[in-house]
Every structure is written in structure tokens, then in C-alpha cells.
Design a binder for this molecule. Sequence first.
Ligand SMILES: [Zn+2]
Length: 165
Amino acid sequence: MTLSLGVSELETIRGYLFQDGRERMILALCRKSLFGVFRLARLFLPHDSDYAERTEAAVTLLAESAYPLIKQLRADGSLSFLQIHSHPAGYPAKFSSIDDRNNGFNTEDVREWNPRAEFLRMVLSRDDISAEYYDYRGGRFRPLALGRVDKLILSLRGESRSNLY
Ligand SMILES: [Zn+2]
């Protein structure tokens, strides 16, 4: 599976996530395009009051902050859920065990909101990025390829992120 981001989308994401030294989170809805590539459909940049916790090593949003997105996801089976968070304090752009249990919204929640929705997640450090999707059959996360919209061609599918950014 591939998630494709435009240059300006990525700038918006980075600009929001790296305002200070504590972790931040963005929630988004994605839609599968004609080529089977996910594109952003809606981006939610939380306010300070939407956070339950925000430190150098962890971030959690208040559940109710996501209600508008959850409502839209429930109503539209072509949407999937994307959770983005930052590691601004020098940790690499890799998902940690903290992320697996403390990311506010889990894989089962998403299928409860809509049985057709996929759960995608992305983590960014100041100079790197990685992404995964949840394989519900296999019961684990797998790498999600990232593509740039301005280079959106079918051959990007399945390639690693390293040659895309
Ligand atoms: Zn993390």
C-alpha cells in the first residue's frame, strides 16, 4: 500500500509538528485514488486544548477531539484513518513500544467506526519519516510506502520510502 503526499501537504504537516520540542499529533482521513494509492482527504491540526498529554516522549489526544473525523469516517466507507505524530526530541522516525500502546486511537477502534477503513500511521523526526498500515488479517503493522504526488506513477507502489524523499 502507498500513501502519496504533495509537497505542500508535507510542508503543512512538518510546520505544525515541529513548532517546539514536544511531540504533536495530526489526524487525517485518506481516500484511495484510482490507482489504489491513498491521498489526504482531510487534515486535522489539533489545538493545544485537544491534547491529553504532550511531552518529549509521548503524545495523546483527547478522544473527543477526533469526533468530527470519526463521524465522517462512520458515514463514508471509502475513507481511511491516518494518525501522524512527531519525534522532535532526537528520537528516530521509528514507531516505539510507547506508540503501540499509547497512541490514543487503536486499530480496533478504527474498524469499529467503519469495518472498511484502514488504519495508517506515520511518524516524523526532524529529518526522516516512516509509515505503516495495520494488516488486520495478519494482526500486525506492515510498512506503508510513501510517494510524492508530483511524481505519482504506478511504479512507486511498493517501493521503499528511501528514494522518495
Ligand atoms: Zn512516537
